[in-house]
Design a protein around this ligand. Structure first.
Ligand code: ADP
Ligand code: MG
Length: 697
């Protein structure tokens, strides 16, 4: 049960002045529909209204505040084109004249609000128009008794269509007096050491800024709220993780006969990273608790073999294993790699995707349900409701960032005590690993298989397109295979498709039918056919929208050209580049950009040239672009925070982790007064689903 102390915060936003049902709906989608959601909507800007110059000295373009007297109104004529002229109110004070300008004004309202002779405090951006000072649509026009209502530092909030600044501001200000004082969930000595206010004070200060540094990430109010949000998140991950460890799992404690035989089939020795990941997984699977382990290794680090070893361990113990890939193409590719190995080992496997329909699907379902299929490889079709496994012991999820956390959880419900292995190549900065994946155990895979050649990366302006396109001729003459990626740039997929089609046409003029095209609008079977022809070398140039982004393995491909490289995230460029440099031959990557590039864009592409270390790239990208852009995306796998900025508040993370660890050691069920306060914190941040993992008490 939510502590009653929090009730005022969970009242509907529509109980606030100015928020009707219509705005309530809008808010539900934008900030959340409870008062607490509005309070977690922090200002993104400040307007400083302390500048009070004379009218002779005021600088153009600045926000300024003046006390003036209304001299006269100049309403536009009521007919003809002149009626589109603005309504002007001439004001003065002892230092000069100032016009207030209103477009589409309601004259009757203005003459009532601003009668001639009245004294007003007006504030807004000053500009000079035909030698006259004016303010267009002043932000404030206050009568004398309300002068002190002018916010000295005014918060400015992110808005959405249909929501005005004034309305939002008023609602939030009206919510502030409702803030309850909550029991403190942070350690008193820590708070004192940081100089942070209470939660109540912090929220208040965030919405009633008193100085120009109020938006700084390190401002005590902002830092405290960020810490609170990170704390709630991390606490949940820790609770989920602990809960899972208490769940009964199964012991897959076989002799390891099948895995050993697989090793004998492989044409290469395992890397150190592969060996230690396999050891981690073996230990997890042999132990009587449920495994949830993340295999975190860059593209090409050889995760597939590790996953296969794990699946064999389950199979050897008589259970089934499933491998789920995010796309049809990838699922197929997995069958091409694993299929022959599994066949050799005499294991029954099956591909299952959305394309299995009708009779075929019924057969597949039956084989999974009666256990005659030991290994299933597929897309999310594997985990539809009507799919039942006889005995699912291990679920492997490839490229987890395409799956939500819920899906990752749902996997283990397909079997009884099913172990879960998640594989990701998303390079997120090391500092953020726990924040993203704190509910899982992690096996990092820093080593790459030996013998890879570095990819020669060049950043080239689109002005030199002809040169690049002609240059491919040499590579093709030597038998190279080339990816040419056209990004999804526009809102409309059709426009993007047209761009890719045009490119394919242009390249066909040079290289004829050695050029193929694959894009997101094609049917899966068509896509596969094109990919297969590329893999077989029947096509040498594959023009693609970003469908080849994840996981595709064509070792013979040695050239990657990426158009509009400046529009991609670095993580994505890195993934794409990882498609080449997989074989013995020297590979190259051409990043084509359309100039002019800003400093940041230049620096970002520069990083791609300098390094192939995915983590380093992620860290640099974070530094250059900021957390919002890099990490706020679905791709990153990271949760989206409202109060914390993962870049600016990264230094808080270690403290948050320590705090959570300590708290759960001392008070595992959160029953002490501080534990109770932490429960309130979880409710506050709407993470209370984790509370059911605590024993009631
Ligand atoms: P990813 O981690 O990106 O999924 P893959 O598992 O697809 O990587 O492996 C990439 C390529 O490296 C494959 O062709 C695979 O056969 C090969 N490979 C995997 N492990 C090794 C190894 N230890 N030595 C040499 N090549 C390896
Ligand atoms: Mg892979």
């Amino acid at each position: 049960m939510r502590p009653t102390l929090l009730d005022p915060l969970f009242a509907d936003a529509t109980t606030l002045p100015g928020i009707g049902p219509k705005l309530g709906k809008l808010l539900a989608a934008f900030t959340g529909d409870k008062i607490v959601d509005l309070l977690h909507h922090l200002p993104s800007n400040l307007i400083d209204r302390q500048y009070r110059p004379s009218l002779t000295e005021v600088e153009d373009g600045r926000i300024a505040t003046f006390e003036v007297e209304v001299v006269k109104h100049e309403a536009p004529p009521n007919k003809g084109r002149a009626r589109n002229l603005p309504y002007r109110i001439l004001c003065q004070n002892e230092t000069g004249y100032l016009s207030l300008v209103f477009f589409m004004a309601r004259g009757d309202w203005l003459s009532k609000a601003m009668p001639v002779g009245a004294v007003r405090l007006v504030s807004g951006r000053v500009e000079r128009f035909r030698e006259q000072l004016q303010i267009v649509h002043p932000d404030h026009m206050l009568p004398k008794p309300e002068f002190e209502k002018l916010p000295v530092i005014e918060p400015v909030y992110p808005l959405t269509a249909g929501l005005s600044a004034k309305v939002l501001m008023k609602a939030i200000q009206a919510a502030l007096p409702l803030l309850p004082a909550l029991p403190e969930w942070q350690e008193a000595t820590w708070l004192a050491q940081q100089g942070w206010p209470s939660w109540q004070q912090a929220v208040m200060q965030a919405h009633r800024p008193e100085a120009n540094n109020a938006l700084d990430a390190q401002h005590p109010a902002r830092a405290r709220l960020a810490y609170d949000e990170l704390l709630a998140h991390q606490l949940v991950l820790a609770l989920v993780r602990r809960q899972r460890r208490q769940l009964a799992g199964r012991c897959f404690d076989s002799a390891g006969d099948l895995p050993t035989r697989l090793l004998q089939l492989l044409p290469f020795p395992l890397t150190g990273s592969q060996q230690s990941a396999i050891a981690d997984i073996r230990a997890d699977m042999a132990a009587p608790m449920r495994m949830l382990r993340l295999l975190q290794g860059d593209v090409g680090s050889g995760k597939t073999v590790v996953a296969t070893m794990a699946m064999l361990q389950a199979v050897e113990s008589g259970a089934q294993a499933a491998l789920m890939a995010p796309t049809e193409i990838l699922a197929r590719q997995h069958t091409e790699t694993l299929g022959p190995w599994l066949d050799e080992l005499g294991i029954k496997w099956q591909l299952m995707t959305a394309r299995n329909k009708g009779k075929l699907r019924a057969q597949s379902l039956a084989a999974l349900a009666d256990g005659s299929v030991q290994v299933a490889i597929g897309t999310h079709a594997l985990f539809q409701d009507d799919v039942a496994f006889a005995n699912l012991g291990l679920a492997v999820v490839d490229e987890q960032h395409r799956f939500g956390v819920q899906q990752r959880m749902a996997l283990s419900t397909k079997g009884d005590g099913t172990d879960v292995l998640v594989m990701t190549a998303t390079p997120i900065p090391r500092t953020l690993t726990l924040t993203a994946y704190g509910d899982m155990d992690i096996s990092p895979m820093p080593d790459k298989p030996p013998g890879r050649q570095p990819v020669d990366t060049r950043v080239i302006s689109m002005d030199r397109y002809d040169e690049v396109a002609q240059g491919l001729g040499n590579a093709l003459a030597e038998g190279a295979r080339v990816y040419w990626v056209c990004p999804l740039v526009n809102e409309s997929e059709l426009v993007d498709l047209a761009a890719a089609e045009d490119r394919a046409k242009a390249l066909r003029r040079l290289y004829g039918d050695r050029v193929g095209l694959v894009h997101g609008q094609m049917k899966a079977a068509e896509k596969d056919a094109v990919m297969a022809r590329f893999a077989a070398g029947e096509i040498s140039v594959l023009v693609a929208t970003t469908v080849i982004e994840v996981g595709v393995n064509v070792p013979e491909a040695t050239v990657m050209v990426i158009e509009h490289a400046e529009r991609f995230g670095l993580a994505q460029l890195h993934q794409l580049r990882g498609r080449v440099g997989r074989g013995r031959d020297k590979s190259s990557c051409v990043l084509l950009y359309r100039g002019p590039l800003g400093e940041t864009a230049k620096a970002r592409l520069g990083i791609m040239r300098e390094t192939e270390d995915g983590f380093k790239i992620a860290e640099e990208d974070l530094r250059l672009r900021g957390a919002g852009e890099v990490l706020g995306t679905r791709q990153s796998g990271l949760p989206v925070f409202r109060l914390a900025d993962l870049e600016a508040h990264a230094d808080l993370l270690p403290a948050v982790h320590d705090n959570v660890k300590l708290v759960l050691e001392r008070d595992p069920q959160l029953q002490s007064p501080r534990g109770q306060a932490l429960r309130a914190l979880l409710y506050l941040f709407r993470r209370d689903e984790a509370i059911r993992y605590l024993q009631s008490g």
